[in-house]
Design a protein around this ligand. Sequence first.
Ligand code: SF4
Length: 226
Amino acid sequence: MAITKTDFMRGMQCRKMLWLDKHKPGLRVIPPEIQARLDAGNEFGDRAMGMFGPYEEMTVYLPGKKIPDKKAMAAKTQDAIARGVSVICEAAFINYNNYCAADILRKTEQGYDLYEVKNAPEVHEQFVRDAAFQYYIITRCGLKIGRICIITHGPCEENPFVTTDITQQAKGLYRWINDNIWDLNRMQKETEEVCVPDGEQCTQPYECWYFGYCHQTKAADKEIEQ
Ligand code: SF4
């Protein structure tokens, strides 16, 4: 069990959320409107792959499943880098089993620029953290990253891709990622359910899919106490 980009983002919102993902994922309830938003985000991401012209996509699925084969994707990515492919999409990297897949890597003279695609009208702080996690893993895999940018969804549907450079902010989070990734790695392996009191993190920045589970459990505990 290691940490993926999604694990990191969820674990930093709430440690218990990540623990439940690993130990009791069946308790998740994803509201239909959130699922629709995730699906729309995937479509926007697919459209963005071609924004810099011809590209190679690294996605590989496990045989007979719609689950990414991370090792095969990472190997395919290394091969694409060695061949000097100009635009690599879903470029995968593994460092000590920690994993990320970058939406778009675009070749430069020194290495690659990193683009993270978000189907949102503006850049939010969690997007910067998300890109910072990728920068951390990719850098530790030995690839030189120049600019780091977020692609958001602009108002023009013919050309909706708006680029914002967040290089400085994302690179500045390297130590913060390092300080937390190993702690989350340890925490998610704990056998006892992690205790976290409910609070702002249950809805910010995203509504938690375990909201019903945690709040029902607490209500039941209160009834027993009375
Ligand atoms: S509902 Fe709140 S306390 Fe429970 S896992 Fe989600 S964020 Fe954490």
